[in-house]
Ligand binder design. Structure first.
Ligand code: CO
Length: 212
């Protein structure tokens, strides 16, 4: 084993001992079940560690992360996570969390080939095109990236709400809110983008899977 990995395993031993000392019995409780109230969908970026920035412990948040915090309807990975979190764990809140200065969003704004990831990031270009008017007045590059980071969060909140999983939960009377937050890597602060959605009535009719 390399030194770097040995170092991590050593740190893990210390962490486990300290965590158990602070929370006696925590591991035996967690071994029986998980009962998180939140599903977090965020970016893979190392600067945005889900549990840490909201002060949640093991067992308290179900997490999915990918490049640029995208929720695509053909992505079995994220859909399986949402299905399990909503139908089995019965989380009450889904948090879609983006962050300012996202590398995936920056890459999507460039007219340049990056590799396979361009296929993944394509939907961010669509978002840029859909909101193109909002970008007309912006000359500053950072401001442009940050606006697209926010709009990307809003679009992904929509995508979550459009899934049959979330719509069926609402129709069946399950309490479930979908929130859009964005994190400042430069100050550690989360901002609520005020797009919380709690019912089928709040989504556009064309996306509703059952007519009334
Ligand atoms: Co990112």
């Amino acid at each position: 084993m390399t030194r770097r990995i040995e170092h991590l395993i050593e740190r893990n031993k210390q962490w486990a001992a300290e965590f158990e000392a602070q929370n006696p019995g925590i591991f035996s409780t967690l071994a029986d079940q998980q009962n998180p109230e939140y599903l977090w969908i965020g970016c893979s970026d190392s600067r945005v560690p889900a549990n840490m920035i909201v002060g949640l412990q093991p067992g308290e948040v179900f997490v999915h992360r990918n490049v640029a915090n995208l929720v695509n309807h053909s992505d079995l990975n994220v859909l399986s996570v949402i299905e399990y979190a909503v139908n089995i764990l019965k989380v009450k809140d889904i948090i879609l969390c983006g962050h300012y200065g996202c590398g995936g969003v920056k890459a999507a704004l460039e007219s340049k080939e990056h590799g396979l990831v361009d296929n993944w990031l394509r939907v961010i270009k669509d978002t840029y095109r859909n909101y193109s008017k909002r970008f007309h007045a912006i000359e500053d590059e950072k401001e442009e990236v940050d606006l697209l980071c926010e709009l990307n969060v809003i679009e992904q909140v929509r995508n979550i709400c459009h899934t049959s999983i979330v719509q069926n939960a609402w129709i069946n009377g399950q309490e479930l809110s979908v929130h859009g937050l964005i994190y400042g890597v430069e100050n550690g602060i989360l901002k609520d983008l005020q797009v919380t959605t709690k019912s089928v009535d709040e989504i556009e009719t064309i996306y509703q899977l059952r007519s009334k």
